[in-house]
Design a protein around this ligand. Structure first.
Ligand code: NAP
Length: 338
């Protein structure tokens, strides 16, 4: 008999999700169906999209009331009813916010922990972290050596990798992040050329000092006011990469109330383009991104801090860190309590 603990949605959050919006339930699991495996979930990727799927309408499939909350995770197989999938194999997939998952092998993949540690398969090699950064920098931003690259949400899971890839590609990298500790981490540990602490500095004035000739590529994770401030300082031929807009995920994700850029005419004035992307729509790009990222991780050219919280009971608090900026690097939750 196996017991599973899972986080279910108790009610739709009004504003930032709180513990009262979720319930941790226990269940006794039945037999593993053919073609499925039982997985002890070791780590969950805490991603901004989780907040959006708690709403009734969302770009990603919405979680019903009483449903298990969506999340990508990694873990190890503890029981297999599928040929070629063995006990002890490490796997990755949408394992959901729970301690034990029983997915069909059609919706998970094996991962090689000799190539990279288990946690890195959600971080540096993770679809929603490193792979997102790779696609955004290389395919959408198409950054070139000598260009000025600016990234917002710079100390987070996507932003910290995006800045490092742009640095590898020869750009001058300026991060925008909140707090002196984040600024120090990005400049001293990750080799960013400069960081603007948007909580304590005037972003427009600092950007003008740091990039007097303007910005070639802006990789935006934040949206809102910061997007307008940078748009105002783009160069001719600039590329604005719309990766996300975490400052705008407050309401119903049917887009009511999302503040769009008011200075979008800078695009016309400066022959610039703004382009978004959704990494989940680009499965053909994952292989190349993972190979490059694994190489950089092994050579030390890319590194990522991991912030790991423990226990499903801390799900709401952990999710809220994304919106308060209370973490650095990749945010993870180990479902088992410490
Ligand atoms: P993260 O960057 O690790 O965490 C979010 C960070 O955003 C926080 O640490 C916080 O840092 C900053 N932030 C939060 N609220 C803010 C606000 N109101 N104004 C300014 N900064 C704010 O999160 P992540 O998982 O890596 O995701 C980053 C972005 O990528 C999100 O927008 C997400 O939606 C997007 N994303 C897009 C795709 C895609 O396919 N396009 C895939 C995955 C993720 P500070 O301390 O600096 O404020």
């Amino acid at each position: 008999m196996t017991t599973n603990r899972k986080v279910v949605l108790a009610r739709r959050p009004d504003g930032l999700p709180t513990a009262a919006d979720f319930r941790v339930e226990e269940e006794t699991l039945g037999a593993v169906p053919d073609g499925h495996v039982r997985v002890a979930v070791e780590l969950l990727s805490i991603d901004a999209f989780i907040r959006t799927v708690l709403q009734e309408s969302s770009y990603h499939p919405s979680v019903p009331i009483g449903g298990v909350v969506s999340a990508f995770g990694v873990g190890r197989i503890v029981e297999s009813h599928a040929p070629d999938w063995r006990e002890g194999d490490a796997v990755r997939g949408r394992l959901l916010a729970q301690t034990v998952a029983t997915p069909s092998v059609k919706v998970i993949e094996k991962i090689d922990t000799d190539r990279a540690p288990l946690s890195a398969w959600l971080g540096v090699l993770g679809l929603t972290s490193g792979v997102t950064a790779y696609v955004g920098v290389r395919d959408v931003g198409a950054v070139k050596p000598g260009e000025t690259f600016v990234v917002s949400g710079a100390a987070g899971g996507v932003g910290s990798i995006a800045g490092q890839i742009a640095r590898i590609d020869g750009a001058r990298v300026i991060g925008i992040a909140g707090g002196a500790h984040k600024k120090a981490y990005l400049e001293d540990d990750l080799g960013f050329d400069a960081v603007i602490d948007y909580k304590n500095e005037d972003v427009a004035a600092r950007l003008r000092e740091l990039a007097p000739d303007g910005v070639d590529v802006f990789f935006d994770n934040v949206g809102g006011e910061i997007l307008d401030v940078v748009l105002d300082q783009i160069r001719i031929g600039a590329r604005i990469v719309i990766c996300g807009a975490i400052s705008q995920y407050d309401g119903d994700f049917a887009q009511q109330g999302v503040r769009g850029p008011s200075l979008y005419l800078r695009l016309a004035e400066r022959n610039a383009r703004m382009e978004g992307f959704a990494v989940n729509e680009l499965p053909d790009r994952v292989g190349e991104a993972e190979t490059a990222l694994a190489g950089w991780l092994a050579s030390g050219e890319i590194q990522q801090r991991e912030h790991v919280e423990h226990g499903l009971d801390r799900f709401a608090e952990t999710l809220s860190l994304l919106f308060s900026g209370g973490h650095m690097g990749k945010l993870l939750l180990a479902p088992a309590a410490r």
